[in-house]
Every structure is written in structure tokens, then in C-alpha cells.
Design a protein around this ligand. Structure first.
Ligand SMILES: *Cc1c(COP(=O)(O)O)cnc(C)c1O
Length: 460
């Protein structure tokens, strides 16, 4: 898995000063933020690895495109540029813009799910599952077992377990399963890819049963890189070709342009069926805005169209994946437990093994994210019991098997030296890990609680 002599295929034209803080300032900031890194102000953060969503650096071509925004209410030329870019890179015939990924998920869930339906998928994603539940559906995870094992070095931990999927279809009946929700790569499993072979098998299985395949294409470009790197027969294929082949195996996609597409805001829905496209446009008008702007300004549509073109360049994707891997390898060298193989968009530290003395209800990953901030001002986030939320039926905490802290890397933003500094600070927390106590929850919001929950530090 050697990236060879990779380098960043760009030079820096504009820079932004980043804040530098003292330990005392960080402690005060964290107390005020209820020990939730989502509630910190960005002014209090030196290296912001909270998310790779909407945090990428745009290119000069994208910024130039921002000046070419056609802000007509209807039929903006930028919409047609976006439509061309999506058709060419992703291959879907119909394109409906949305303000971001969850806007597309809302429309798809409303359009396809009836109360009582079951949606199978390769591990849940927070907003995806919530929209499925709000539409009356129930999500069922059919990802391979290896995805739940942070040590498994399976090359495609995002794969669907075909046996699980087949049994689920037998159990609930294909008529109660409108679609299978396929993510590429799988965010919650650590940015792990799904193979083309697996996707083809899912396609065959569901096609026979009349079940649609909905692709969460948010990081499908990064998935294509892993296919190129790991799947026999793909080494000589371009990321662009593999992406097209991926999408061709699905019926429609939801997309958060804030990830692969290198924009700060935006998303879209890609569809092939004309009737579904018609309904999606109707719902877009109700919830997002006219079907040619979907909650976005013309300039945002243009930036996304150009970002999509740039995102499928092999040199870009290589540098993106290799920078993330370099950080992961540094942490591994320091003995820090991380999810392997290193995923596409982030390095996931295994908080359960980092802080083995803390039970899950003491929120070890939440605490570890706070400690990493205290150490050097790096912002990360929890992906564990807090993110998993409560079971709507029982009201109990959902207990995910993975209790992780995510260091997500924005695209084209930080230098390797900055990431080296991050790695060194995580290693310092690791050195004092035995003294790190847990947290208790002081405030719990009703939905997507990880965004706004507040915590109190415990003494032991
Ligand atoms: C971010 C994300 C979404 C939701 O997209 P938003 O643009 O944040 O609304 C959906 N699926 C995955 C895998 C994501 O990472």
C-alpha cells in the first residue's frame, strides 16, 4: 500500500492565519463548550480536524467560478454546468441540486420509504438513518463483520455481507424493502471501501428481488481510489472510470458535495428513472428550493460543478489518501491504537483501547477528543456511543461496538508538518492515558445528540 513518491499537485496561493492558544485558554474554552468539541468556537482551535465536510480549500478555478454565478431564480446557467459535471463524472441522467447531502437524503427517504419498511445498508450514517426513520422506516445493518473489528486488515471493510442481506430479504420480504442503502466509502466504519465485486453481487441479489440500490456517493471518489489500489483488475483504470462503473451499478445516489466535491456547501441527487426524477424535483421545490437551484446560490452550483471535475483527478485523490495514511502511520509507529487499514478521509483512534479503564457509559471517545484538544488545540470528534444515540423503541443508549475518535482531514488544507504536530500531541495524551477519567452527560438534545450534548468531567 505504498503511495510511492506522492506529493500535493498544487501550490498555495492564499493563506489564512490560524489561532494559537495557551493550555489555560483551552481549558476555559472546553469548560464553556460543555466538553463537546462541536461547541468550541473555531477561533479557539489551532488544527481543525473536526470534519472533512465543507472544510476543503477551493481552487483558483472554483473561486473564479464563484464570480460567474448566474443568480437567476430559474434556469441558472450554473445549474446546467452542474448537470453536465454530474452526468460526466457520476453518469446519472437526472440531477437535482440540494443544499447539502441530508437534503438529498430527505427527498429520497420521503419518496421511497413507506411506514414499516426496512432499509438495509453497510453501516448506518447519522443523517441517513435519521431521515429513513423519520419517513417511517427501520435501518438494518448488513455490513461484513470485519467492519466492526478495528484490527481486521480486510481490504474492503465496507462490503455488504451478502448472507446477511439475503436472510434479511427472506425475513421481511422484498416488498417491504424499497432499497438497499450502499455507502462508498463507509464513514462510520472508518472510511472503509466497498469492492466492485461486492457491489456487483449486491446489484444481482437486489435486482432479482426488485429492490433498488441507492448509493451514498459522498466519498465514492475516495472509494474508487481504494478499488484501484486493492482490487484485482483495476490498477490501470483511472479513478474517473472506476467512479462511473460504481454509479452504473446503482439506481440513484445522494451526494454531499461538501466532501469529495471540494465545496463548502452543496449536494445533489442523481437519478436514472424519469418518474422518480420528476417526483424528486417536486419534493425539491417543496423542501429545498426550485429544482434548478435546490437551496444554493448560482455561484455555489458553479463551484460544485468545477469541484466535481477536479475531484476525479488521480493525482488529487492520491495525494488526499496518502496524506491521511501518513498521519495514520505516524500514530501506529507511536503505538496508538487506530482502526486499520487507514481509511480515506480520516484516522480513527480506538478510544476503547486507548482508555480501557473507562466503561462505554463514561464516554471514553468523547473524553479523548477533549483531551486531544487540551493537549495542543486540535479539534477532533467522537464517533461512538454519543454519536450512536438512543434506540427509538427502548430509549436506551445504542451501544456501537466501535468507540472512536475521528481525526478527519480537510482536503488541500493542512501541511504534513502540521499533521506531524497533531500526531505528536496525540502521543503525549497516550503517555498520560492512565490518568484520564471519564465524563457524564449534563444535557442531551432530542435529535443527533452528538452535535449539541454537554458533558461534565469526572474526577476518576
Ligand atoms: C456528510 C455525510 C452525509 C450528509 O451530508 P451533509 O452534507 O452533511 O448533509 C451523508 N452521508 C455521509 C456518508 C456523509 O459523510
Amino acid at each position: 500500500m505504498d503511495g510511492g513518491g506522492w506529493f500535493e499537485p498544487y501550490r498555495i496561493k492564499v493563506v489564512e492565519r490560524i489561532p494559537v492558544t495557551t493550555a489555560r485558554e483551552r481549558r476555559k474554552a472546553l469548560d464553556e463548550a460543555g466538553w463537546n468539541t462541536f461547541l468550541l468556537r473555531s477561533d479557539q482551535v489551532t488544527i481543525d480536524l473536526l470534519t472533512d465536510s465543507g472544510t476543503s480549500a477551493m481552487s483558483d478555478r472554483q473561486w473564479a467560478g464563484m464570480m460567474l454565478g448566474d443568480e437567476a431564480y430559474a434556469g441558472s446557467r450554473n445549474f446546467y454546468h452542474l448537470e453536465d459535471a454530474v452526468r460526466s463524472a457520476y453518469g446519472y441522467r437526472y440531477v437535482v441540486p440540494t443544499h447539502q447531502g441530508r437534503g438529498a437524503e430527505h427527498i429520497v427517504s420521503r419518496m421511497l420509504i413507506h411506514p414499516g419498511d426496512v432499509i438495509a445498508g453497510n453501516m448506518y450514517f447519522t443523517t441517513t438513518r435519521l431521515h429513513q426513520e423519520l419517513a417511517g422506516g427501520t435501518f438494518r445493518d448488513v455490513i461484513v463483520e470485519e467492519a466492526h473489528d478495528p484490527d481486521s486488515t480486510h481490504p474492503f471493510k465496507g462490503n455488504i455481507d451478502l448472507g446477511k442481506l439475503e436472510r434479511l430479504i427472506g425475513e421481511v420480504g422484498a416488498e417491504r424493502m424499497p432499497y438497499v442503502s450502499v455507502a462508498a466509502t463507509v464513514n462510520m466504519a472508518g472510511g472503509q471501501p466497498i469492492s466492485m465485486e461486492n457491489l456487483r453481487a449486491v446489484r444481482e441479489l437486489t435486482g432479482a428481488a426488485g429492490i433498488l440500490v441507492v448509493l451514498d456517493a459522498t466519498r465514492a471518489v475516495e472509494n474508487a481510489w481504494f478499488v484501484k489500489e486493492r482490487e484485482p483488475g483495476y490498477a490501470e483504470r483511472s479513478v474517473a472510470e472506476i467512479l462511473r462503473e460504481t454509479c452504473d451499478l446503482t439506481d440513484l445516489c445522494t451526494m454531499s458535495g461538501k466532501k469529495d466535491s471540494l465545496v463548502n456547501i452543496g449536494g445533489f441527487l442523481g437519478l436514472n428513472d424519469p418518474d422518480l426524477a420528476e417526483e424528486a424535483r417536486n419534493l425539491c421545490v417543496v423542501y429545498e428550493g426550485l429544482h434548478t437551484y435546490g437551496g444554493l446560490a448560482g455561484r455555489d452550483l458553479e463551484a460544485m460543478a468545477r469541484g466535481i471535475e477536479e475531484s476525479v483527478d488521480d493525482d488529487h485523490v492520491r495525494a488526499r489518501i496518502m496524506q491521511v495514511r501518513e498521519l495514520g502511520d505516524r500514530l501506529i509507529e507511536d503505538g496508538i491504537p487506530v482502526v486499520r487499514p487507514i481509511g480515506g478521509h480520516a484516522v480513527f483512534v480506538d478510544a476503547a483501547r486507548f482508555l480501557p479503564h473507562l466503561p462505554q457509559e463514561r464516554f471514553p471517545a468523547q473524553r479523548l477528543a477533549a483531551e486531544i484538544y487540551l493537549e495542543a488545540g486540535t479539534r477532533t470528534m467522537e464517533r461512538g456511543i454519543v454519536s450512536a444515540g438512543r434506540d427509538p423503541e427502548t430509549g436506551e443508549h445504542r451501544r456501537p461496538r466501535l468507540e472512536l475518535v475521528r481525526l478527519a482531514i480537510p482536503r488541500r488544507v493542512y501541511t504534513s508538518r502540521q499533521l506531524g504536530m497533531v500526531a505528536a500531541s496525540v502521543a503525549r495524551v497516550f503517555d498520560r492515558r492512565d490518568e484520564v477519567p471519564g465524563l457524564e452527560m449534563a444535557f442531551e438534545p432530542a435529535y443527533l445528540r452528538f452535535f449539541q450534548a454537554r458533558f461534565r468531567p469526572l474526577d476518576r
